[in-house]
Design a protein around this ligand. Sequence first.
Ligand code: KIV
Length: 260
Amino acid sequence: MYLPQLLARAEKGEKLSVLTCYDASFARLLVENGVDVLLVGDSLGMTVQGHTSTLPVTLEQMIYHTDAVVRGAAGGAFVVADLPFGSYQKSPQQAFDAAARLMAAGANMVKLEGGAIMLESVRFLTQRGIPVCAHLGLLPQSVNVTGYRTQARDTSAANQLLQDAGDLESAGAQMLVLESIPSVLAEEVTQRLRIPSIGIGAGPHCNAQVLVLQDLLGLTPKPPRFAKNFMTGAGDLAAAIRAYVAAVKSGEFPAPEHTF
Ligand code: KIV
């Protein structure tokens, strides 16, 4: 699937379902059960590798997992791959070199974390044929600065996030992940931007929702408050995935208890 088809569906008001995915078997299962976008997230550092953060994940590892997911998805879903910590922050040229390798592995888009500091790189990549998903709010690659907690709670941080979101769109970003921010702020960002917002712990007003697959499957020992275990009562993996997709499409997920 190509970006224009996906964006057209979001523009018509369809809520897009996104899940993280790290291997071919799950990619096949997610596609068969209607997931629109597979995110090869650097959360694999925690879910697959057992680290306490995403920071140890390397570009080579992201290429390996992207390659596997792309093969499993077999063109049935849009694949976004994370640029891992240290592979893109130095310069637009460094970001391009890393992103080009993920695109060559079959990704349809790359994702990077950060606001003002990333504008030049977003412009550089998008002008050279690499679609970019930006990521604001809680930035897991900056956990050593912020910790894992809700972001942009005060007026000045909220205004900064609004400014960054608009600037990233102007620089060429074509999707935007909003992680762990107040629902009212995510709603305002979503209203102001033309590009789809993808919420995770950002309330029900985003154009799309994303969850970490292991959180959805009840495999995370201490899941974040915004996650929901869709295995409860589902019977099997396929039914849990279908329940997630249906809940996102209908707007039932996220419910108030998953929202800040
Ligand atoms: O790596 C990841 O799984 C992510 C999601 C939390 C959006 O970036």
